[in-house]
Design a protein around this ligand. Structure first.
Ligand SMILES: Cc1cc2nc3c(=O)[nH]c(=O)nc-3n(C[C@H](O)[C@H](O)[C@H](O)COP(=O)(O)O)c2cc1C
Ligand code: SF4
Length: 439
């Protein structure tokens, strides 16, 4: 009896121990119940690059929403027909109305299991895209990317490439072609239209995908952008593509909707964007009205920054972003809940983004809230999930055999909803072109 009482007295109260991690946060009108957010991660579950939602995807997200995440940022969704032609392997798409019902079902499912959701929209992979039919991917300049061991800073990927040099061959980018100004503007317009479908699908917000050496990042970087027109040269010119995308999407979805942006804090490559330049990008985007900044780091040329092998590698950079913008800053790769709590308490970030850790244990949020944080199944940062995705196979996890099999588990299937909770269609401020009968 005395033993039991002593044990009960020792038990820490999660509401106190994880005060910050479990506290709510509001972004515009979106109330998020805690600071535990799932990071965007391509699952490669939409097979053959058809880009449609399926049962596997719905149940996978249901598990993470049920598991206690306050916010789920979806995997990256390709928002133009051209972008959807050049993924690395396979992604979700949203470039016409046929994709909207599936995406609406995804948003409804995540809501039904108690989380909020932002959709990550991409205007393209640029030179990091792959030419599956032999054609060249569109980019700011005709410069391919290279993944070579000497560009890795010695935290794992260099050793992987040294042991498997054939992987480096596979990681050499295809030669892209330089986009014309007309093409840039047509892509931006189509992308903004696609974002309207995402709003109609009832996502709580949109995240512009601009990190990791993808198309927006390529325009920002002097390493990949050698243009001599109004989109190249000074930082102001290199920022033009991103600023125009932001304005067009903002105009399309309206000012009341959450519109965030993911950025790499630093490119970490010779001749690439510096941290100082990225702070300037964030400052400008903050002034223009972006609703949050989601940080990441590096690119496919600097993979070890992109996929850190320990907690908190981006926190020092995050602190500088926090000083630069007045909106919430999200930071990935802090897997240990105690470290996450410390990071939030230090004021260096506002929301912790869980990537691979959410593959490893979808119940992370519930375990923290219920006082069972010690039972969290920890990600080993072995990158098996990533290697599978890079080879075109749906993600799986060495510590979580259920990843990818959630569709066979009844607890992740939705129940019929009450009539009152059926969503009323939100009529967007602007009707997408495909739905306009008279133009
Ligand atoms: C398989 C896989 C796919 C990913 N896909 C995306 C993506 O679609 N968009 C994105 O911005 N980041 C993507 N990421 C990066 C994660 O969001 C995250 O920043 C990274 O994994 C580091 O955080 P972690 O240590 O919590 O995993 C992906 C990561 C993995 C492992
Ligand atoms: S496969 Fe490895 S890196 Fe990926 S989530 Fe599982 S443990 Fe983490």
């Amino acid at each position: 009896m005395a033993q039991k009482a002593a044990k009960a007295a020792k038990k820490v109260d999660p509401a106190k121990e994880y005060k910050n991690l479990l506290s709510p946060i509001q972004i515009k009108d979106v109330e998020i119940k805690n600071r535990i957010a799932m990071a965007p991660m391509n699952t490669v579950m939409s097979l053959d690059n058809r880009g449609y939602i399926n049962e596997e995807i719905l149940a996978y997200y249901a598990a993470r929403a049920k598991g206690g995440c306050g916010l789920i940022v979806t995997e990256c969704v390709l928002g133009t027909q051209l972008a959807a032609k050049f993924p690395f392997t396979s992604n979700l798409h949203c470039y016409d109305v046929s994709f909207a019902p599936g995406l609406a079902e995804l948003a409804e499912t995540i809501h039904a299991f108690g989380a909020r959701t932002f959709v990550q929209m991409s205007i393209g992979f640029g030179r990091q895209g792959h030419a599956h039919d032999g054609s060249h991917p569109p980019a700011p300049s005709a410069i391919p990317y290279e993944v070579v061991p000497e560009h890795m800073a010695g935290r794992g990927f260099d050793r992987l490439l040294e042991k498997n040099p054939h992987l480096a061959e596979g990681a050499l980018g295809h030669l892209p072609y330089e986009m014309t100004i007309d093409e840039i503007r047509a892509e931006q317009d189509e992308f903004a239209e696609s974002c309207i479908y995402a709003v109609m699908a009832q996502f709580d917000g949109i995240e512009l995908h601009a990190p990791h050496g993808y198309l927006e990042h390529q325009f920002l970087s002097p390493r990949s952008n050698r243009r001599t027109d109004l989109y190249g040269g000074s930082l102001e010119n290199r920022m033009r593509f991103l600023v125009e995308v932001y304005f067009k999407v903002r105009e399309a979805i309206g000012h009341d909707k959450v519109l965030g942006m993911r950025l790499s804090a630093d490119e970490h490559m010779p001749g690439g964007n510096t941290h100082k330049e990225m702070l300037e990008v964030a400052r400008v985007m903050g002034q223009l009205g972006v609703d949050y900044i989601s940080l990441s780091d590096g690119s496919y040329e600097a993979l070890d920054y992109f996929f850190p092998n320990k907690d908190g590698t981006m926190l020092a950079e995050a602190a500088n972003f926090k000083k630069t913008v007045d909106v919430p800053v999200m930071v990935p790769s802090i897997h240990d809940p105690k470290n996450a709590e410390r990071a939030l308490a230090s004021g260096k970030c506002d929301i912790v983004l869980y990537g691979r850790q959410m593959f490893a244990d979808p119940e992370y949020g519930n375990k923290v809230a219920d006082g069972h944080a010690g039972d969290i199944r920890r990600c080993k940062r072995c990158n098996e999930c990533l290697m599978r995705a890079q080879m075109g196979f749906p993600v799986r996890c060495i510590v979580n055999p259920e990843l990818g099999h959630e569709k066979y588990m009844p607890e992740y299937q939705r129940k019929p909803v009450k009539a009152q909770s059926v969503y009323k269609m939100r009529i967007p401020a602007k009707i997408p072109k495909h739905l306009r009968h008279f133009d």
